[in-house]
Write a protein that binds this ligand. Structure first.
Ligand SMILES: [Zn+2]
Length: 239
């Protein structure tokens, strides 16, 4: 009896050790999968001249919405992979005096005032947090795998856990940029590189015309003499 008991205990402890090892491997796999899905692999600073331009048709959006052209390749890349609809981009005056975007609907120092933020809802509209939001939630988790720790190049991600944002409401994405006054164009914008071939890849159900293909930006690195100070301390968020 005694030997049998010992044998049983040994067997159990072996099984337990085996299960623990399996759990550890599974945890590592899950961790790996999570980090593989967390944000773009690399980013760069775009010093090209900024300009507030209309959002092209390849990126579903509310009529009249505009953004700084330097984030268009990233937005296009996102629109090819996630079922997004941009409900607001730049908010403020244009050089011709016209007003673009919603009025008084963003916080002070919002990145919307520089054309470097977008508000996103599902392509199939729904004001309830239902299956239409699955792709938007996936995008939110990709851009911000952990609350308040957005993946570069995103400066602030507003979704579940942020007042006035979240599944059934809207997702806010803004891009890191040089400190800048509102209604001005930032000296540089942090973006993730998108190959010209990728940027031209059409959406499954919405073929693009060549006119909509983005002009590839010159591969400019951080130039000497230009400030590269991040503006995180000036305004930690901009929704
Ligand atoms: Zn916003």
């Amino acid at each position: 009896m005694r030997r049998n008991t010992n044998y049983t205990i040994d067997a159990y402890s072996r099984i337990r050790r085996g299960l623990l090892a399996c759990a550890a491997i599974l945890a590592l796999c899950l961790l790996g999968a999570a980090s593989a899905n967390a944000g773009p692999a690399s980013t760069r600073l775009a010093y090209g001249t900024g300009e507030i331009v209309p959002i092209p048709a390849a990126i579903p959006h509310e009529e009249g919405d505009m953004v700084d052209r330097r984030i268009l390749p990233d937005l296009r890349w996102i629109a090819q992979r996630f079922p997004i609809y941009v409900s607001d981009g730049y908010s403020g005056p244009l050089p011709n005096g016209e007003h673009v975007g919603c009025d008084n609907c963003h916080v002070r120092n919002s990145d919307h005032y520089n054309g470097l933020a977008v508000d996103i809802s599902p392509l199939r509209p729904s004001s309830k947090c239902d299956a239409n939001w699955t792709g938007i939630t996936r995008l939110a988790l990709w851009a911000e795998p952990e609350q308040n720790k957005p993946a570069a190049p995103f400066r602030w991600v507003g979704y579940d856990g942020d007042a006035g944002h979240g599944c059934g409401h809207h997702l806010h994405l803004s891009w890191e940029h040089a400190a800048v006054a509102q209604f001005q164009l930032a000296e540089w914008v942090e973006v993730f590189p998108v190959s010209a071939a990728e940027a031209r890849k059409p959406r499954n159900h919405r073929p693009k015309t060549p006119a909509e293909a983005p002009a590839p930006e010159a591969p400019t690195g951080p130039a000497g003499g230009i400030s590269t100070v991040h503006s995180g301390g000036v305004s930690p968020r901009g929704d």
